[in-house]
Design a protein around this ligand. Sequence first.
Ligand code: ADP
Ligand code: MG
Length: 489
Amino acid sequence: MLEVAEKRNKVSVNQSDPLAQELWAKCLARLKTIIPEQEFKNFFLPLRAKSFVGKHLSIFVPSQFFYDKLESDYIDQIAETIEAVIGPDATLEYAIVVDSGDGLSQPLSMVLPGNTTNRHPAVGKPQTTQQEAFSPFYGSALPDSFLHDSNLNSSYTFDNFIEGDYNQFARRFGINISKNPGSTNPFFVYGGVGLGKTHLVQAIGNSIKENFPNLFVLYVSCERFLNQFLDSVSTGKIQQFNKFYNQVDVLILDDVQILKEKEKTQEILFDIFNNLHQRKKQIILTSDCAPKDLKGMHERLKSRFGAGLTVDFLRPDLETRVAIIQHKLQKDGIIIPTEYMEFLARKVDTNLRELEGVIISLVARTTVFNTEVTLDSIKDVIKDIVTDVDDDLTVPSIISMVAEYFKVSEEKIQSPSRLKDIMLPRQVAMYLAKEYTEQSLKYIGEFFGGKDHTTVMHSIRKIKESVKDDAQLKRALEDLGNKLRTKQH
Ligand code: ADP
Ligand code: MG
């Protein structure tokens, strides 16, 4: 990480210079075309232009986290954009908003240098003693420090990888591997998008480096591996490519499903895999599905992938999602009521990357615009970021559906009336709310005149009992269940 410049100056977030704004708008328009949409929304939309002096563009970033992320993951795209929009000697500087001010005092920001120029220190180095050294990550002859660069993101650690039922085994096993690399080979992790696979394998890599500084740990996404291989074919450097990968002590290959149908790349991977495996070098792989389900992957490779320990990531449970939100907000010094965290965790219920996107946007809003997080601002951000929100599957929407079905008013269902014609729909609504919303009994009870969880539990039991010999009720539950299921996706 770059050193934090000591320079602190007072600036106003809202008064940026118009030329800077115009240039930054052009940069954004260009970045939008080269950065994946979700990432663009998360990391670029919250940025604001600050000033433009000489060829020096300065932008506000909401937190140190943003700065680290931009400089580590998007530096190439940013540098290229700044050069295209402003010119070859253009530089970029970041102003991190550390205090948004309170109307009386001005916001405070901290200035950090960007790394847009001179970003390939290796380029142009004399190629004297390193003729043999080759890294497909950099191309040609390089000093050792580059040759053994792990390509890991140091912000992915075990400490900030929250443990819950859904990932407990994978996380604990990961820690175990980081203490005994080579012991379980390969370690294959699979599961859906945004569940934490990359975080876990990077944390293993970072931890191995800490425990065994002499081991060459290498992280590579399979997309990059594929491109490097294709490059090495076109430049006649297949041998060097092979040699480079065979000197790795811990190889972490992310998203191997990318190599489906890529015959030649699979062949070279098979060779590298066998070579490393025989020498007890640790291999760690991730994928979106189990090894046996990797269609378009050679059988012999599939069987190698599945020969060690395979773990799958399930969907994170509500409690873990709340813990993750809490952890991420705390890191940025933001406190929001637990109900809000729960609300957010219920709305974004599978993809942790989307959840993180929402949190980043919330943090950006609070730090840049100095506003408090409210339920409305959470809903707003969710609308922008989350692709699939279940607005229909809320307790009130279920009550309304049940009311319509039984032809009673919603108010009556929610009232304490003990008339049979009203009690039955009320109990059905409670039952369906439990089945379809993942809400707690206490939460559900609140929609029925503040009934406590034992009453809700009793109603649900009652329905489960009655349905056994009440055909009419059975049909009602089926009809309503069908309606709810169509709303689920
Ligand atoms: P995947 O590789 O499975 O698609 P990622 O590892 O990229 O998912 O995770 C998506 C985001 O969610 C990352 O920013 C990651 O740090 C965060 N994340 C995932 N799992 C956890 C967890 N258990 N604790 C904290 N953050 C997590
Ligand atoms: Mg991933």
